[in-house]
Write a protein that binds this ligand. Structure first.
Ligand code: UDP
Length: 367
């Protein structure tokens, strides 16, 4: 006997948005997750009165007014604006790359001077058409910034040299010829008061959620409860890695409570040299302008992913993109399964894009 219209595998953002939309249209849903909590990688928990981003910093930002209004219907957002700083062997630079960065690097004061400096370094490197992340970075910001702020960080983050990485990764970051340290160009930005877990919990209110349930290990039994599955786990795992494993980057966090009010003066500090073993330190209280007596920091270590580890970032290089294209053919043939989210679609999605995708799928599926 089928009990549910939809079985949703994964209680992260994609699954929660789809479940909410389905419920709204009178469908019955069961949401399962193999972890013991909801909210996927945007999960936050409270420590010393501070909301800790367990799986890494998540700053909500979007240009899409509909998506902004959507998230605001589940949580109230604060005015946090991401302005990470880069620490290169003790030298501090503002991010993203903007006039403050150029001034500190070269002493230039006007946009014209900064552009001349970049053009000169680009010409010296002989780059006309950038073919990889290294060439793309040099052609956007010049050799000095590439060497101090990009090369080491990217090497650590992706475990590969910049010459072997696709250039779109660096184009995620704005390059600006104004004195503006806002990391994003988005019109709307903020952190949900009370944490992301509460926001996702509000999306899932009135929906049955079962935690600690591994779909792939209990597939036949779970499939018998429904006609249609929304699967947000890794697409290659779904098919038993039969074409080979897609590569992901994983991340490990060392989280510490410190008996001081303010450790680093900013929510995010990137360590951009190649020797420091971690990529960044997050000081969680600064996402919510916290005034607690103690502070919580997380050092973030980027690691190679092996089957069984938590996947975080798809590695969208040529090799993995063509392997994913083969899995996509298999996925499209699974008539009763919708594959969604960062892992289901092997895509470096930001949160707002996940919501857009889930809403679009819901619209199509549930009309
Ligand atoms: N990046 C860098 N130096 C920095 C910050 C970012 O070279 O100080 C590069 C790096 O390759 C990274 C990419 O920019 O993978 C995208 O950074 P973003 O902050 O968007 O990554 P995320 O927050 O998603 O990990």
């Amino acid at each position: 006997m089928k009990k549910y219209d939809y079985l949703i595998v994964g209680a992260g953002l994609y699954g929660a948005v789809f479940a909410h939309e389905a419920k709204k249209r009178g469908k019955s849903c069961l949401v399962i997750d193999k972890r013991d909590h909801i909210a996927g990688n945007i999960y936050t928990y409270e420590l010393e009165g501070i909301n800790v981003h367990k799986y890494g910093a998540h700053i909500f930002h979007t240009n899409n007014k509909q998506v902004w209004e959507y998230v605001n219907s589940f949580a109230e957002f604060n005015r946090y604006t991401n302005s990470p700083v880069a620490n290169y062997n003790g030298e501090i630079y503002n991010l993203p790359f903007n006039m403050n960065t150029f001034n500190k690097m070269w002493g230039v004061v006007t946009p014209r001077q900064a552009k001349e400096k970049i053009e000169q370094q680009k010409a010296e490197a002989g780059i006309t058409e950038p073919k990889n992340l290294e060439e793309q970075a040099i052609s956007l910001v010049g050799t000095d910034i590439y060497e101090k702020l990009i090369k080491g960080y990217t090497g650590k983050q992706w475990g590969r040299p910049c010459t072997e990485l696709p250039s779109f990764i660096i184009r995620r970051l704005p390059v600006r010829f104004t004195y503006d340290n806002n990391y994003f160009n988005a019109l709307y930005q903020g952190i949900p008061n009370g944490g992301y877990t509460q926001m996702v919990s509000n999306m899932l209110s009135d929906t049955e959620v079962r935690l600690g349930v591994d779909y792939l290990e209990n597939k036949a039994e779970l499939d018998s409860l429904t006609d249609k599955v929304v699967y947000t786990g890794p697409v290659d795992a779904y098919f038993g890695y039969r074409l080979g494993a897609l590569e992901y980057r994983s991340v490990r966090f060392d989280t510490e409570v410190l008996d001081m009010e303010n450790y680093q003066g900013n929510a995010v500090v990137n360590y951009t040299d190649s020797e420091t073993p971690y990529t960044r330190i997050i000081e969680h209280k600064h996402f919510e302008f916290g005034t607690q007596e103690k502070t919580v920091i997380s050092r973030e270590y980027s690691t190679e992913w092996n089957v069984g580890d938590e996947p975080y970032y798809p590695v969208n290089d040529d090799k993995n993109s063509s392997l994913y294209a083969q899995y996509k053919v298999l996925a499209d043939r699974e008539e009763n399964v919708i594959f969604g989210g960062r892992l289901g679609e092997y895509k470096y999605y930001d949160m707002d894009k996940v919501i857009e995708a889930a809403l679009a799928t819901a619209e199509k599926e549930l009309k």
